[in-house]
Design a protein around this ligand. Sequence first.
Ligand code: GDP
Length: 360
Amino acid sequence: SDTTDAGDDAELRTPIVAVLGHVDHGKTSLLDEIRGSAVTAGEAGAITQHIGATAVPLSTISEIAGSLVDPTDFDLPGLLFIDTPGHHSFSTLRSRGGALADIAILVVDVNDGFQPQTHEAIDILKRTQTPFIVAANKIDTVPGWNPNPDTPVQETLEKQSDRAESRLNEQLYEIIGQLSDEGFSADMYWRVQNFRENIGVVPVSAETGEGIPDLLTVLMGLSQRYLKAEMSIDVDGPGVGTVLEVKDERGFGTTLDTVLYDGTIRADDTIVVGGKNEPIVTDVRALLQPRPLSEIRTEKQFEQVDAVRAAAGVKIAAPDLDDAMAGAPVRVVRDRNLEEVVAEVRAELADIEVVTEEQG
Ligand code: GDP
């Protein structure tokens, strides 16, 4: 939304959501299902494919969630999902010493319960103090399950046999117990009053879409309730982001796939980027975003844009990026003092190196 109030540039940005969990528990399927239901829910433009991320606006979430969400309860603009799931990307992607993601979904297969990478993910979430919810996935695999595609959990539960329902409940309480062993008090999300003190468990199926309305509702509610203050940013200020990936792109040379979490980056900005040895100072040559699906038949994959506002994924083309690193900070200089910005990036780089050593 545009503000004409020149004195006050603070606006709310989209919270950044990451998906973690053990291999094969359904992280990729869950992201696909969220994207799929967002496409079905709305007209064209319901979701925006960013570089490395997918933006789902509040209006689309409210359509998917139906009666679960009253859009007037929210003023955050929606959710931005990082497309690469897994805790490797989660721990590489940091911002100002914390996690780049503001909130996380921990995916746990209801048949499999906690597995080694589930514990690892929990450790990382604890260390970075990232609020999270648990998606108890694959509820459709419970013996005797009667699938009701894309419905809220309570609605599909009413249509299950007693046997299927109690079987699912056993599996869910197993997961709640495992969370408790990790020191978290957890419960079915509809019984959770305070999501800061209790972890909400949301039964879902990435296969049938059951529980997806609930998952989006809980993410939105948790963000609105507990993250709103952190989401208030000067969207027109100098941009700050984290490099997801350094990539060679035909016609553009080395580019940075970046998630911007503060401010704006413009096509004529000077930026400072974390490099292997020292911060790189360079001028943006082009800002690129994926071409909308409707235009994808043209041979150009990207379109050039003049400016990008947080939170968003963007590909930055610029000279001298060969030494840039995934996980490194990107900062726009604009009207700030160059040396100050370089010093900030250097300090952030030192912080990243410490983390890499801890993990290595
Ligand atoms: P990831 O490794 O965590 O990203 O897991 P994937 O998303 O690749 O899923 C692993 C396997 O589980 C794939 O064969 C999926 O089709 C399957 N799968 C994921 N979610 C569900 C679900 O909710 N129900 C069922 N029946 N299968 C699922």
